[in-house]
Ligand binder design. Sequence first.
Ligand SMILES: Cc1cc2nc3c(=O)[nH]c(=O)nc-3n(C[C@H](O)[C@H](O)[C@H](O)COP(=O)(O)O)c2cc1C
Length: 199
Amino acid sequence: MKNIFFDSIAMRRSIYTLGSTLPVSKDEVTRTVQEAVRLTPSAFNSQSARAVILYGDESKKLWKIVLESLLKIVPVQQASDTKANIASFAAGAGTVLVFEDMSIIEGLQKAYPLYKDNFPLWSSHSTGMVQFAIWTALATSKVGSSLQHYSNLIEDEVKKTWDLPSSWSLIVQMPFGSIESPAEEKSFQPIEERVLVKG
Ligand SMILES: Cc1cc2nc3c(=O)[nH]c(=O)nc-3n(C[C@H](O)[C@H](O)[C@H](O)COP(=O)(O)O)c2cc1C
């Protein structure tokens, strides 16, 4: 089946060997992230997603914060693996930080008490969509990326370092850059077991 949407989705993989030379301009990367954030749907069109794009030394600063936080908690024998892992993210051209603005979620909870418990859940659905859109859109420009979760360790330091609003909740870190090695082969479960057809 020919469908350019699926061609794009298939290009998105977790790329762990990143380089710092982007195949497109920095402006194009910025516009790609902007469009992904702008066009992704959100519950009640709340548009609660926020993103910060860190390029070059700013991105390296982020991974230094992550490494310093990790080295305080990982066993000593894991320190060198941890350093190598974080160095691979720092080797990229930049990092996209994805947030949800919780003041918007709280505003919706007040405005629509009937759905109070649903808004945080929908916020979490919505940020997943944003992440997927950014990841896929970058991939279509041949910019490799992956999804990383160090938010609980670094959120306060990140907000302090880049002077971000306290209501922004840090969700993921997406290191990006040139694709220096392709992703590994990926296996798929039989689709008939996952998608049932009735009628
Ligand atoms: C919700 C979610 C959370 C993930 N968290 C991480 C993560 O913390 N670190 C990581 O390296 N990859 C993470 N991944 C990437 C998955 O491991 C990866 O997408 C999966 O193995 C399929 O490989 P692919 O991305 O190359 O298609 C995450 C993916 C999803 C969808």
